[in-house]
Design a protein. Sequence first.
Length: 176
Amino acid sequence: MAHSITGSLDLSPVRCLIVDDNANMRKITATVLYALGIKDVREATGGEEAFAELKNFQADVVIVDWVMAPEDGIALTLRIRSRMDSPNPYLPIIMLTGHTEKERIEQARDAGVTEFLSKPVSVKGMVQRILNIIEKPRQFVAVRDYFGPDRRRHIDPMYTGPERRSMAEATVDSDA
């Protein structure tokens, strides 16, 4: 089944950490990942547990829920991206949430989330986000108070603002 969903790409070596305080949602997400052929899936019930797990588990992708207590998915993303003791500040993070308002998507992007996926989770949506991470990785940038994947999915040749990179420095993604 995974072969037809992912084309010829073998996802079995991919290691995932699911972070969600809802046991049913963790199980559903894990089932989707197993259907994609991913074999090494770990779970955490919140940000603190996830951060500790990442120190011992070299995840390739973290799938994190937004609404958790005491530390939500945005706070966990910021910890992973900015903490000096972060096991991997470059770790791809997929935000899986039912909160899909434009402001929320922008807040997740600005925290350093790599991909955004709305609930209910689907195999198609999950495979697309994982393939984006693998096949179209975004460069990481560090500017002022942000460190994370480049928030721009493409280069706008008409943009002339202060953060404008020269075309020679920019990586152009013709599929973006």
